[in-house]
Design a protein around this ligand. Structure first.
Ligand SMILES: N[C@@H](CCC(=O)N[C@@H](CS)C(=O)NCC(=O)O)C(=O)O
Length: 220
């Protein structure tokens, strides 16, 4: 295991929604990391040795601790530096925050995958799974209406943790999505898509190879 690193190392994959939210938090915290863009079909052995479960994002801290869950990376970054007050207490109760995160990771995302890739599982009705997610989008729309963003008056951790999944859902059929009667949700998603934050975390990096010159960045 690598220890005493000058900069933490982030293994990431540009289009992965979990990696996107980790990059959003790293950008917000302004913590410089060594960016290692990998391909999921060609996971490097160095990466698998550190994190045998083989999912991205993975962050190796300076002391060699391996964080292999995107929310752990997000909290690690924001607990070090939170200049944009992403951890501010908002209007939602802690249990509602936990429930929302859990719903998006464990209910919305599986429905999204079945909607997006129906041929991967036989007998899947993609529209049933699309429509099941309307329940979560409706809830999000009403939170945004009441709170201005999902939880606070400014965009914060919950917005960025959920946004990548809503964006993927929208991208399956944008025309259909744009017709949904969720005006606050549409404003919210467009605001993030059009932001410098989003274009910065979506910058392209070349695929990492072990002997490459390191790329240091906080997705500025
Ligand atoms: N619970 C994990 C989920 C991460 C995850 O599933 N990432 C996907 C990419 S979007 C992955 O790496 N899948 C492994 C693969 O496709 O081989 C987290 O929050 O970090």
């Amino acid at each position: 295991m690598e220890t005493n690193l000058k900069y933490p190392v982030l293994y990431t994959f540009r289009r992965c929604p979990y990696a996107m939210r980790a990059r959003f938090a790293i950008r917000s915290s302004q913590i410089i990391v060594e960016v290692r863009e990998i391909k999921l079909q060609e996971k490097p052995s160095e990466f698998l040795k550190l994190s045998p479960k083989g999912t991205v994002p993975v962050l190796i801290t300076n002391s060699g601790e391996v964080l292999e869950e995107s929310m752990d990376i997000i909290y690690w970054a924001l607990n070090k530096n939170d200049p944009h007050k992403w951890l501010a207490r908002g209007k939602l109760e802690n249990q509602d925050v936990r429930k929302l995160l859990d719903d998006f990771d464990n209910k919305f995302k599986p429905n999204l995958d079945k909607y997006k890739y129906p041929s991967r599982i036989s007998g899947v009705d993609q529209y049933l799974h699309r429509d099941k997610n309307l329940y979560f989008l409706k809830k999000l729309n009403s939170y945004i209406e009441n709170n201005k963003s999902v939880n606070c008056e400014h965009l914060s951790i919950l917005d960025y943790a959920i946004f990548p999944f809503v964006r993927q859902f929208r991208n399956v059929d944008q025309e259909w999505f744009d017709k949904l009667n969720f005006i606050f949700l549409h404003k919210w998603i467009n605001q993030i898509i059009d932001s410098k934050d989003f274009s910065s975390i979506m910058k392209k990096f070349k695929q990492w190879k072990p002997n490459d010159i390191p790329i240091y960045s906080y997705f500025e």
